[in-house]
Design a protein around this ligand. Structure first.
Ligand SMILES: CC(C)(COP(=O)([O-])OP(=O)([O-])OC[C@H]1O[C@@H](n2cnc3c(N)ncnc32)[C@H](O)[C@@H]1OP(=O)([O-])[O-])[C@@H](O)C(=O)NCCC(=O)NCCSC(=O)C[C@@](C)(O)CC(=O)[O-]
Length: 237
């Protein structure tokens, strides 16, 4: 992070698994930190070398310390929809974890469809269950992967339920190396194209973003899975 020269308008949110991570993020100048837990036992073990409850306890400890420093904290819950080893994750499993994170002081939640198996019906059922638990959509971001091609539909369903914050990655690059079968996050370009089509101003220059993610894809040696990047590049030839 020390080598990034970012404008003040850019928020750097750093995933931290424990106090050591928090200390390193603060030293690097992070403007926000994110703790991350799992709705499934197997991923808690593989991703955090912990149990579901152990990871939540560690996240609560980091949250308390981060909040004492005045840092916003986002609480990620992975595997909210399905898990490669445990299969479909029942809706009722997530609200308790979400409520515990909120009660521990996180300023917002991000519900992860880590392996991209979620569908709009499941998204609406999950957001409804959280609303019934008293967790407003204003505190919820959604984190979709596009493994089954459902990410944009899931965003649209989330928008209809009142969610206005979504995670995505430039060019759809990046994936979680600890989740078997996980593909890249929802591509920012695909998300922005849809949002602009809905008349939602993102402030993002799609052509510049496409240039950047095309350059990134070249640096890491694999093409961007983003349909919009592919289409915009083809339209320029
Ligand atoms: C949590 C641990 C460390 C437990 O791993 P562990 O082995 O149980 O931890 P440990 O306390 O025994 O430490 C092992 C070594 O790591 C060091 N260590 C310990 N902590 C840190 C730290 N923060 N920064 C740097 N070094 C650290 C520690 O100092 C020690 O070093 P040694 O003494 O052996 O030289 C490990 O399981 C881990 O790093 N997990 C995170 C893996 C990861 O980055 N996963 C991807 C995150 S993205 C994601 O989860 C999905 C999400 C959130 O994006 C949304 C979604 O799609 O679901």
């Amino acid at each position: 992070m020390g080598r990034l020269h970012l404008p003040d308008s850019v928020r750097t949110v750093v995933l931290v698994p424990n106090r050591k991570g928090l200390e390193r993020a603060v030293a690097a100048g992070a403007s926000e930190v994110a703790v991350f837990v799992s709705a499934t036992k197997e991923f808690a073990k593989r991703n955090l070398n912990s149990t579901v409850d152990g990871a939540i306890a560690a996240a609560a400890e980091v949250t308390t310390a981060a909040r004492a420093l005045g840092l916003p904290v986002r609480g990620y819950i992975s595997m909210c929809f399905g898990d490669p080893w445990e299969g479909s994750v029942p809706v009722e499993r997530v609200p308790d974890i979400a409520k515990t994170l909120i009660d521990s002081g996180v300023t917002s939640l991000s519900l992860g469809d880590t392996i991209g198996v979620g569908t709009p019906g499941h998204v609406l059922a999950l957001l409804g269950a959280l609303r019934e638990r008293g967790i407003p959509t204003s505190q919820i971001a959604m984190h979709f992967h596009d493994t089954y091609g459902q990410a944009l539909s899931n965003v649209y369903a989330s928008l209809t339920a009142g969610v206005s914050e979504f995670d995505s990655s430039a060019g759809g690059l990046g994936r979680c190396p600890y989740a078997k079968g996980a593909t890249g996050n929802l591509a920012t370009e695909d998300l922005v194209w849809m949002l602009h089509g809905l008349g939602i101003d993102t402030g993002i220059d799609l052509d510049s973003l496409t240039d950047t993610s095309s350059w990134m894809a070249e640096q890491i040696g694999h093409s961007s899975p983003s349909r919009v990047v592919t289409a915009l590049r083809a339209a320029r030839t």
